[in-house]
Design a protein. Sequence first.
Length: 278
Amino acid sequence: YEEDLGDSCHASRADGHKGPTIYNKKTVIIKQPKSSDFSQNRCPLPISIISRDNPFNTFVIPYTGIQLLNDVEHINIEQTIELDDLTSVIESENRFIIKGDHGQILYSGLENSNTLQRIFCCTGRRFLFRIFDRSNQEAIFFTRRFACSTPPFGCYLQKLQVFVPPCEYIGCVQQLWTPMVTTFSIRNCNNSEIYRVEGPIHYSCKRFKEAEFYIFKDKSLRPLTTISHHWDERLMNYKLTVNFPPRICCNYKALFIACGILLEYMFFEITKSGMCCK
């Protein structure tokens, strides 16, 4: 965990990101830097003012990208493919857009990985995934380690660590060993399990076109909500829909977004040149 956390912070810094001020003199520190200090330096996000004269509307400008998830009940994750991806021999880094309840684009996501990993490790590759808001500022980023994803051989399974800039760890999504059923544990920053995600029976090297994953809390046998991958006739493409449990904070919603991205890579990632599941 400490190694992955250090790599994540280093990768974020290598991309030109500057964190809060670090004291370099011998002095007494009376206040520790917080993520709120960092958010004050962010540019405000653009908002629509078309109906600003309506007395029933209120305008709140979120200064941190993660706050865009405040009133969102579900999100749709869609993979984007460009012309260069279709003609390239080597698989390119994946890009996604994340839409809100009414189809508005909330975030765009970009994978950072090297060519050798994409060639030899395929969908199990290690990467840094960065999510940007509409002002093109980083809102969330997470790291994935190279690991096995087949439960019968689960000595070292999938794990995705989630951070909020500058480098605040908010939790992780970790695959659990089970004989047949695909199971994930969503954990907070204290490594306590807050939700459990269960999917279909997992066969080795099996890719799905449509599937549904159920979200449970604690030891409950009744699912709270679902994460589903299905065909959208309007878009003429597949999309992943993440339905958030009711009354959860933005940090937990960010963990569910990370879980959705991990499921995309493990079960639904498509070959851009052939537009079919790997």
